[in-house]
Design a protein around this ligand. Sequence first.
Ligand SMILES: [Zn+2]
Length: 425
Amino acid sequence: MKLQSGITVVKNGQLVDGTGRPAVPNGAVIITDGIISYAGPAADAPPAPPDARIIDAAGGTIMPGLIEAHIHLTYFNVSELQDLDIKFPVEYVTLQSAVNAKTALECGYTAARSGGCLHNIDVWMKKAIEEDMIPGPRLSTSGREICGAGGLMDWNPDYRRIGMEGIVFIVNGPEQARGAVRKLVKDGIEWVKTYPTGDAASPDINDHHTLCMTFDEMHAVVATAHNHGLKVTGHCRATEGIRNALKSGYDAIEHGTFMDDECLDLLLKRNVPMCPGLGFELFSVQRGKEFGLSQRVLDGHQETLEAGAESCRKVLKAGGTMGLGGDYGFAWTPHGTYAQELTFFVNYVGFSTLDTITCATLGGAKMMGRAHELGSLEKGKLGDVLVVAGDVLKDISLLENRDNLIAVMQGGLVKAGTLVKPASF
Ligand SMILES: [Zn+2]
């Protein structure tokens, strides 16, 4: 991805640097050839040369670009599980994914970690973004997911004679689990996404207390993935699924809904990051009815919402690592509404705005394994900066409205925001 050459100064706003440190009331960020060379009080900033490009935060907030820690670029307008697979051909899903990537960047998300995709679209989306062919967040890729036979993602009845071609490998036993990972190794992905547990979306046979993979299958996935330098994560709601994931060596946990004390200890022992993806539960409860979700499904989402919020509070209190985001692309949580996750964490879960921003920036970068170059405004990191009109610490919901974004910057280049409206990429 291109870097802005020369010197850019972002000033005239409070600096929220993403590390969790208190805001600097009058801050400045200096970006030299795309890399941050200074971030701190404006009064201490080195003098800028006369030809420096100036970005005026207009008394608002200067913060790191947001990081979506569990994005599905290939999901759009999903209203039931069946919409996730081969509802559309790969050609159309690829185009839609490119649109979603552009939308994410325009919403202030300069990086994103995939939570799974159809076919092998992430890998090629990442290449297109990195080569500046299309605009989008710096991407950490996933691929087709892995689920045990009869589990959450194995929904086509056998009499239809349709496999799960797009989204998932259905595996029976460790040998098939290894085979699926080996396919993914060849695909070139970074994260192997698995389904250790079910979900409220499937109340009859795979609800949120059901296991969808055995420990042996999960361990086979981890051993094979780690052998080839890939990382493993999983959709973990039931307590035993979380425990199995942590004991078998998972590198991250998605959701972590029913986290007991033993799981929390295991999580902290290896500092395994977690992406709760929790807003989805509340938005499903609030808006699911109009999209035909049954009362049983809604009740399940209510249960996972409450348990998930408690888990998040426990993990935060214990000093664990969390990224924010998750599962946008459903009909009631469309792409472009990602930042409501942050408002939800402040208003519903009870996180402070500063903690919420830290999770949504540096937390996401840690989950991506790129905290050395992304996620906070510190010297030596990439100039991925978000400039927002207004005081985000007072009102986090400002981030939900793209009109409040003055500049969305990657490597010092202004890619979106009111400074370049309409998008000039
Ligand atoms: Zn997901």
